[in-house]
Design a protein around this ligand. Structure first.
Ligand code: GTP
Ligand code: MG
Length: 661
């Protein structure tokens, strides 16, 4: 027997045919055998959720003062908002109109508020579907003050909310399989429910069904390559036809594509796993396998993509039509025809198809809006959006009518448009989980300006204003620094009208410019939106110099990165030794891929494997580090035993193998 030092070329690893799970360390690219994601739980089932999402009930009060609840659109004549207590002014009734045009009579024009500079309140934009009719009913003045705030009405509203079953998902978007009792108990939607809670304690938070729409976690897997095959040409009059095993087909790629018609990540609750198809196996007569089916995951514009558990942003998908290759499909294994060479004319070897990479991706939706409307619940944010754009958000007199942000496009006469987002209301303590608004503040991060709507009819408008500003600051100081316009709303109500001067003076003393408006009457909204537009223009001007393509132009860079990791050089490996188990562990992405693609069923695979280990220096390194007869060596998934063989064993006979790729 030759000593270890003299047997370099003849020492080899004898295969034990024991397949081991891949060590997580040795697998920089997630692969099939990598440890299961701790968050996945096969026992959990995604249940169909159809018909469980109902839009919040529209509670509309008739002019007679009686509350009526509708779960669908009421008859046209019933579609009125409550009469408003106008003090000395007559109440107005707002009716649904077929026409998409604003009609304002001269009376309402004369009652315009807060137009010190004499600007015309009519924006001449598409104002949605409300038509203002003024009529005088002096005797109704007393009743006019928000009938829907009466106890009866509140009960009515609660009833319509109660009994609503909501699918529950954990923070990873998995279905919990139970119906939440939160709505039924009235614990999550009502402002008053948070009042009694202790400071600093996040009691129950927001139902997951509302919380997760703009965040999703999905699993994507590229298709595995098809296997190559060993075949030989058998044909009459063609003696020694030679190898004819075809290559396997490439696995399907995984793409992310921006679809302009999607506006939330809700679809990812129904489906979490996206797997591209695997390539077909090769066939005889040198026939290659078909490519695997590609998968295109559609995401809404403004989706930010990260790898799960990693803060680094992989992709920002903004405009519809953008398509990013995220995971390339695995390479098809080569058939034996590819291994034919002068020194091996009858190769009995074929490769397995390369496993497709897999990844857990975290998607986050950040709306692409120019201006964000923020404010306390029930301040009139949605009403403002409905007035300035053609959007038709739900409007009702209870907090958190808006559960998800709404977008509207405001188009000005001079062919200029801006996208405005109406966000759910913000409460004091929102950063501790109260209410909904905080969940959605990230959408304002992309806005260039904010419109802060203050409910003028609230008891302390200034306090409300400060509380919301504080929440903005708590969320992000950068957000709080964005230019904003303060819109003091509900000027048609006497209490708001009375408080306006004081509010204005206080804010102006702090150097904050304020506007007043009555969104419901479309008065003063023009000034507000013009001011916001001006801020937007200014911010665009300011950013002109620094403007650039902030997100990567090459949207396939994620796939390139995955490919780079996967195609790591085979001679790039590390060897570690565990004294207790006398085991050598050879770790390297390239080696691992090689082991995975080696098809051990074929005779020549073993020879080639030994050859590659020799060629890439694994054997040499092991010997250098003192491997001994009988030691266990683990390479990738394979567990082998080291044997010292005499030089004459014949293993060194060199067969030429095609280049590893
Ligand atoms: N009187 C009066 N009522 C208004 C005005 N603007 C809005 N409202 C009413 O205030 C209530 C709340 O309006 P929304 O637009 O739903 O308020 P919001 O800020 O979007 O509320 P959330 O989405 O729940 O945060 C509705 O009943 C509106 O009709 C206004 O200018 N005057
Ligand atoms: Mg709203």
């Amino acid at each position: 027997m030759a000593s270890i030092s003299t047997i370099t070329t003849s020492s080899f690893l004898s295969l034990q045919a024991i397949s081991r799970p891949k060590s997580p360390k040795s697998n920089p690219i997630p692969s099939k055998a990598s440890p299961r994601n701790p968050n996945s739980n096969r026992n959990r089932k995604l249940k169909p959720q159809k018909a469980k999402f109902k839009s919040p009930p529209q509670t509309i009060t008739s002019t007679a003062g009686e509350a009526t609840s509708y779960t669908c659109l009421p008859p046209l004549e019933d579609f009125t908002v409550p009469s408003l207590n106008l003090g000395s002014r007559p109440p107005e009734e707002i009716k649904l109109s077929d026409a998409n045009v604003v009609k304002q009579d001269s009376d309402s024009e004369s009652q315009r508020f807060g137009t010190e500079d004499g600007m015309d309140g009519d924006l001449r934009v598409d104002y949605g579907r409300f038509e203002v009719n003024t009529h005088f009913e002096e005797e109704e003045e007393e009743d006019a003050d928000y009938e829907y705030e009466s106890e009866e009405e509140e009960e009515e509203e609660e009833e319509t909310v109660n009994g609503k079953s909501v699918n529950s998902y954990n923070s990873d978007g998995f279905y919990e399989g139970e119906e939440l009792g939160e709505f039924a108990d009235g614990e999550n939607v009502s402002l008053s429910d948070f009042e009694g809670e202790e400071e600093g304690v996040k009691e129950k938070g927001v139902p997951a069904v509302m919380r997760c729409f703009d965040r999703a976690k999905i699993y994507v897997k590229a298709g595995d390559g098809g296997n190559g095959v060993v075949a030989f040409r058998r044909e009459k009059f063609v003696p020694l036809g030679g190898p004819s095993g075809g290559d396997g087909g490439r696995g399907g790629n995984v793409y992310l594509e921006v679809d302009g018609s999607i506006n939330s990540l809700l679809p990812f609750r129904n489906r979490v796993h996206y797997r591209a198809g695997r390539g077909s196996h090769g066939q005889g007569s040198c026939m290659g396998g078909a490519k695997g089916e590609e998968i295109v995951v559609k995401v809404p514009p403004g989706t930010v993509v990260r790898e799960a558990g990693n803060e680094e942003v992989l992709l920002e998908l903004l405009s519809p039509g953008q398509r990013a290759l995220v995971l390339p499909g695995g390479r098809g294994g080569r058939g034996n025809a590819a291994f034919k060479c002068g020194s091996n004319k009858v190769p009995r070897i074929a490769e397995n198809g390369e496993e497709g990479s897999e990844m857990w991706l975290e998607l986050e939706l950040k709306l692409v809006a120019d201006v964000g409307i923020v404010g306390a619940p029930n301040a009139g944010k949605s009403t403002l959006l409905s007035v300035i754009s053609a959007a038709q958000p739900a409007i009702a007199n209870y907090p958190f009518t808006t559960l998800l942000p709404n977008l509207g496009v405001v188009s000005f006469d001079y062919d200029s448009t801006m996208v405005v987002a109406d966000l759910p209301g913000l409460l004091e303590g929102a950063h501790r989980g109260f209410g909904l608004g905080h969940e959605f503040l990230r959408h304002t991060e992309r806005c260039s300006a904010l419109v802060h709507v203050v409910d003028g009819s609230s008891q302390q408008p200034e306090f409300e204003f400060d509380a919301v500003r504080l929440e903005l600051e708590m969320f992000s100081p950068e957000l709080a620094e964005k230019p904003y316009v303060v819109a003091y709303n509900k000027m048609d109500l006497p209490e708001a009208y009375e408080n306006w001067q004081l509010f204005k003076e206080k804010l102006e003393a702090r150097g904050i410019e304020t506007f007043c408006m009555s969104a419901v009457k479309r008065e003063g909204t023009h000034e507000v939106i013009c001011a916001a537009h001006k801020l937007l223009q200014e911010s665009k001007e300011a950013n002109k110099g620094s403007e650039g393509w902030t997100h990567p132009i090459n949207l396939n860079h994620v796939a390139d990165m995955v490919q780079r990791q996967r195609r790591a050089p085979i001679n790039d490996f590390e060897i570690s030794y565990d004294n207790a188990s006398k085991t050598w562990q050879v770790v390297g992405a390239g080696l691992q891929r090689f082991v995975q693609m080696t098809n051990w069923r074929y005779k020549d695979s073993d020879t080639r494997f030994q050859h590659v280990l020799e060629a890439c220096g694994v054997n040499k390194s092991l010997l250098k580090m003192g491997v001994k007869e009988g030691d266990t060596v683990i390479v990738g998934e394979m567990e082998m035993v080291w044997h010292d063989y005499p030089q004459s064993s014949g293993l060194s006979k060199v067969t030429k193998w095609p280049e590893w790729k």
